[in-house]
Write a protein that binds this ligand. Structure first.
Ligand code: AFP
Length: 336
């Protein structure tokens, strides 16, 4: 028998039905998000044409002024999500402060955190980029408007998380805590269709992804770990292959499907807890993998500020576990 055809809307609706008393608001919320991604995807696919078909002064073929793609993605998500009545507040990697829902719009019970266009330095070279999102239920009830407190929630309290990847095709990967599912956009239909049901990441991979140029600023544990995965112990599957494009969604997505470990270690870390680390940590754990700073589980971190940065070690469970052993051993030997 041929595989069934399931759109992302049907899938979200089925997931929502697992929760007794669900109102349909959550389905509507995620549906609006898929609309934003389709608009961003269309723009990303035309990125190279702007210079060819557009006019000087940043005007495209439609006579519209050309925005930088990351600004475009940010404003598209705000326009699509700010008026649907399901959110009380948003926060984005591109905005310093929380993004209130416009005054005239109905306020809802959900909070949206997002990185509108992750890996944007890759736009000009046609490599994959993505949008990362995370949804929480609001925790304040002082007024219809959400507050900073609603945004500063632990990853463990996310009710959904995922990403869109604008690559050789556009995909949506998401979880609501019942496994991880992937959908591929059929541009001719304008629909995301279920293509990767119940994704499970291998418990161990043979890929490591890290910016090796930063070697001299890494902590001792990370250096030892990276030297270890590059050694010649064939019985352990070493040396691992290095794959790193510098676009977190693309590096993460490959490792999720094939197995592997992505590392952006300290001392300060570069990646943002709320817009990058926590959403992908929920996805990877739901797929059977793990995410850690080396010292603690990403999902257990209580955010202190909107743009807090963390070290991120994420991917196959056994690889992440092995890294944390190296990291902790190095801390102990430094203390002795
Ligand atoms: P940009 O959005 O500025 O390209 O940053 C991308 C990113 O936040 C993440 O997607 C990459 O994994 C990481 O930075 C790459 O950082 P390095 O360039 O320091 O390796």
């Amino acid at each position: 028998m041929l595989n069934k055809i399931t759109t992302v809307q049907q899938h979200i609706l089925d997931e929502e039905r697992l929760h007794p008393g669900a109102t349909g608001d959550f389905t509507a919320l995620l549906t609006s998000l898929t609309l934003s991604a389709k608009i961003i995807s269309r723009e990303v696919n035309q990125a190279g044409l702007v210079k060819i078909l557009g006019e000087t002064g940043g005007v495209n073929v439609h006579g519209e002024s050309v925005q930088k793609l990351d600004e475009f993605a940010q404003s598209t998500i705000c326009r699509a999500m700010g008026h649907n009545g399901h959110l009380c507040v948003m926060a984005s990697e591109e905005s310093e402060n929380i993004i209130p829902i416009p005054g005239e719009s109905k306020k809802g019970k959900y909070v949206l955190m997002f990185d509108p266009l992750d890996g944007s330095s890759n736009i000009d070279v046609n490599a994959s980029i993505g949008t990362i999102f995370s949804i929480h239920r609001r925790v304040t009830n002082h007024s219809p408007d959400g507050r900073l407190e609603d945004c500063l929630q632990k990853g463990i309290d996310q009710i959904a998380a995922g990403y869109f990847i604008y690559g050789s095709s556009t995909m949506m990967v998401y979880t609501t805590g019942h496994g991880v599912h992937g959908f591929t956009l059929d541009p001719s239909l304008g629909e995301f269709l279920l293509s990767h049901e119940n994704i499970r990441t291998p418990s161990r991979g043979r890929i490591y992804s890290i910016n090796e140029g930063n070697y001299h600023s890494w902590d001792q544990g990370t250096r030892r770990y990276v030297n270890y995965v590059k050694d010649q112990q064939k019985e352990k599957g070493h040396p691992y292959s290095l794959r790193y494009i510098g676009s977190l969604v693309a590096d993460f997505h490959r490792n999720l499907l094939k197995g592997g470990i992505f590392l952006y270690p300290g001392p300060k870390g570069k990646l943002r807890l709320l817009y990058e680390a926590a959403p992908l940590a929920m996805v990877v754990e739901q797929a059977g993998g793990a995410a850690s700073t080396g010292e603690e589980r990403i999902l257990d971190i209580q955010p202190a500020s909107l743009h807090q940065k963390v070290s991120l070690i994420i991917g196959s469970r056994d690889d992440v576990k092995e890294y944390t052993q190296f990291f902790k051993e190095a801390l102990v030997s430094a203390a002795d």
